[in-house]
Design a protein around this ligand. Structure first.
Ligand SMILES: [Zn+2]
Length: 413
């Protein structure tokens, strides 16, 4: 019965593709898709109060399961992550696998990279002593701060994700590095399949012990790098198991993104939602939607806002640049976000951020900077959300390709 609290409804499709617009129903509300899911690593989005969070139309938040595992009892007492965060919206946690494995490699999650990024990441990984060790039982890892080796298992991941109580939780998977061989990737997906069964068992056991709690949907995470046979094999295996949805992961070159998503999603059951982990560049979102992904998350819109990067329909700008001093236009003309509607001007925000000219106290500098971060975070998150809202509408209006071509032409030219 409780399983009825979670389901996915498809409203419209993009003809000739795997793309669709839909609604994910969860115990804490609906998520209209496609949409961007904002990242709140520690259970809150930096520089966004609950009222700002809702005023820009955020529908869901994804948090870091490993970081929150340390305070899972507190979150449980608060009634789960939705209540604990104060946002009272649908929430997602990852399995913690990405976090502990990235201690070792310095690489991880879903990264679509160009060749230069890959070379840089390789170097980083080589320079970093491997601090994580993957075995069939789970992942042994060390943090720099604590030193002693700890073990995280699929069962333990289910335990803390059940305590945290997000609407969507992720099965524990082994992520590989972009430098790992085909042979290694094959071993890793076989291990991920064994872990998937253990996650499902533990998840069902915990759910049957806690029948008073809202239903939690368990998603499996698919890996397999850029190898077609591995991607298809894992989609067949995990697609046949009793998961509520799927996360698409892995590190790969950007040029493979479209193929990888297509190989996976054409096999996965159509009736279940699919989350693309860690991507939010506009061109990647369009590729993801067209190839059957429903939700997306990435730290970029909030992180880049903190570095002064502003998204606009004509491409990104950096508000720190001298050319924006004394500029009286909003961050982007016509933008309907609370920052641009207020309206704060580019010049004002730059001044808050840069601390040039006027003498300010240390306290004033800090509070100005805080305000600038808030204003920029609001704008960038709104921008990506608005893009996904328009994509959803274009699918419903049967106008996706036209919208996509016009949008991308303007943004990237
Ligand atoms: Zn704006």
């Amino acid at each position: 019965m409780k399983q009825n609290q979670f389901n996915f409804e498809i409203n419209a499709k993009i003809p000739g593709t795997l793309g669709r617009a839909g609604i994910i129903h969860t115990p804490h509300g609906d998520i209209k898709t496609p949409t961007f899911v904002v990242v709140g690593t520690y259970g809150e989005v930096r520089f966004l109060s609950p009222s700002q969070f809702h005023s820009i139309g955020i529908q869901a938040m994804i948090s870091n399961g490993f970081h929150l595992s340390k305070i899972s009892h507190e979150i449980d007492k608060a009634g789960g992550l939705s209540q604990y965060s104060g946002y009272n919206c649908p929430t997602i946690t990852d399995s913690g696998g990405f976090q502990v494995m990235s201690f070792g490699s310095g690489l991880g999650k879903v990264i679509s990279m160009n060749k230069r990024d890959i070379a840089r990441e390789h170097l980083k990984a080589e320079n970093k002593k491997r601090l994580a060790r993957v075995t069939d039982s789970g992942v042994y890892f060390k943090t720099k701060e604590e030193g002693d080796e700890k073990l995280i298992t699929p069962e333990y991941s289910m335990e803390f994700q059940h305590k945290i109580g997000a609407d969507i939780i992720m099965a524990f998977d082994e992520l590989t590095n972009i430098g790992d061989s085909r042979e290694y990737n094959k071993k890793a997906i076989d291990r991920t399949h064994r872990w998937a069964i253990r996650c499902l068992d533990k998840h069902q056991k915990l759910a049957s012990e806690n029948t008073n709690k809202p239903y939690q949907a368990l998603f499996a995470v698919l890996q397999g790098a850029h190898y077609q046979d591995l991607r298809e094999k894992t989609a067949r295996k995990l697609g046949a198991m009793n998961f509520d949805g799927y996360g698409l992961g892995g590190a790969f070159e950007k040029e493979h993104l479209s193929d990888i998503l297509f190989w996976s999603n054409k096999i996965l059951p159509e009736s279940k939602p699919r989350h693309l982990l860690g991507l939010s560049k506009p061109d990647d979102i369009f590729v993801g939607v067209e190839n059957g992904c429903d939700t997306f998350d990435c730290v970029a819109p909030t992180r880049e806002a903190r570095h002064g990067k502003v998204y606009t329909l004509d491409g990104d700008i950096n508000i720190r640049n001298a050319e924006f001093a004394g500029d009286f236009s909003p961050l982007f003309e016509g933008c309907q976000c609370p920052t641009c509607k207020y309206p704060y001007t580019r010049g004002e925000i730059r001044k808050l951020l840069k601390n040039e000219g006027a003498k300010k106290t240390a306290k004033q500098i800090a509070s100005d900077k805080q305000l600038a971060m808030e204003l920029l975070t609001i704008h960038n998150v709104y921008f990506i959300l608005n893009l996904t809202r328009q994509i959803r509408q274009s699918i419903i209006d049967k106008n996706f390709f036209n919208f996509r071509d016009k949008w991308l032409k303007r943004y990237y030219e």
